[in-house]
Design a protein around this ligand. Structure first.
Ligand SMILES: Nc1ncnc2c1ncn2[C@@H]1O[C@H](COP(=O)(O)OP(=O)(O)OP(=O)(O)O)[C@@H](O)[C@H]1O
Length: 306
């Protein structure tokens, strides 16, 4: 497969500056076609800003942003094929759900009205209710209806599950997986609910202080660090080492989070050390703390000894 066939959306050296803030800072990333991408980042990392630029709704200060190899901005094809579901649709406030569905049907060429109606029934959303009178969770559900019924080749979801209860979140994940199975759309989804949505993602993109610090297949992303659990006297020999992201000691047993190549793997296993994967949410926390430390911003202790 050529690069053009493989990549649908890309940005090169993308920067967005607001007065005094670099929300996106020289971001370069290529999003693979027909995959569900997880966009991860701490509060203020620049996820919403990046999604806004990728949807063509705001301009970058510098850099390039391409859809199917063509600039996204002022490109009617890109505008009609990329659907952006914001976490906060302020412009929708005064409209009834049925009016919003009509706007979507007029603006989105691939809009599937009968699927939209089916989803509204499933979510118990009354078409006559005004958006501003809905609870936060119900507003998120309207956004989900827009994203799924758009049937657009690219759907960008910014924190789509904000305010949703656990049952509704699972319903959304199931619908997304079913829809993806049928259409192989490209989806980019930002979320702070990392562990529960991890099963959705084929690729993970980590954004830190406006920079893309990794973009990897989920399997590769997960290989960045491991838990080592075993006798403290054995594991403490590994320290100090900058590859130790976290250390917990419980009596004579220690748990170490090790980032990167582990040369001593065989010998540690022979000494009874258990090596296991770090769940995605924890991995995200350790990686972002590591980078904060390297930026001199670490505030929380990363070593717990009891
Ligand atoms: N319109 C704006 N004017 C000024 N600063 C902005 C604007 N939009 C975003 N920013 C700033 O840019 C940075 C990135 O914000 P952004 O909303 O993109 O982050 P985020 O990763 O989506 O955060 P969160 O997870 O908290 O929603 C923040 O420092 C934010 O204050």
């Amino acid at each position: 497969m050529s690069r053009a066939e493989h990549v649908i959306l890309e940005c090169h050296d993308l920067t967005k500056r607001y007065r005094g803030t670099e929300a996106v800072a020289s971001a370069t990333v290529a999003f693979e076609r027909g995959a569900i991408h997880g966009l991860l980042g701490a509060n203020g990392a620049g996820k919403t800003t990046l999604l806004h630029i990728l949807s063509g709704q705001i301009y970058p200060s510098s850099g390039k942003c391409l859809y199917e190899g063509q600039p996204i901005h002022e490109n009617p094809l890109a505008m009609s094929q990329i659907c952006f579901v914001k976490s906060d649709e302020r412009a929708w406030s005064d409209y009834k759900i049925k009016d919003l569905m009509t706007f979507c049907s007029l603006l989105i060429p691939t809009w599937d009205q009968s699927y939209a109606e089916q989803l509204l029934r499933l979510f118990h959303l009354s078409a006559n209710k005004k958006y501003k009178n809905l609870s936060k969770g119900m507003q998120s559900l309207v956004g989900i209806v827009k994203g799924l019924a758009s049937r657009c080749p690219v759907v960008l979801f910014d924190e789509p599950t904000l305010g949703l209860d656990a049952d509704m979140r699972e319903t959304f994940y199931d619908l997304l997986i079913r829809d993806y199975g049928e259409s192989q759309r490209t989806i980019i989804l930002s979320t702070h609910l990392i562990d529960e949505s991890a099963k959705l993602f084929q690729y993970l993109t980590l954004l830190e202080h406006g920079k893309i610090t990794s973009h990897l297949e989920t399997e590769e992303f997960m290989k960045q660090a491991y838990y080592l659990q075993g006798n403290s006297s054995i594991l403490e020999r590994l320290m100090p080492d900058e590859r130790v992201l976290h250390h917990e000691r419980l009596g004579s047993t220690s748990i170490v989070v090790w980032c990167g190549q582990l040369e001593e793997e065989m010998s540690l296993r022979q000494q009874g050390v258990e090596i296991s994967p770090v769940p995605l949410q924890k991995l995200f926390v350790y990686l972002t703390r590591k980078n904060k430390r390297s930026h001199g911003k670490e505030e929380l202790p990363h070593e717990i000894v009891s």
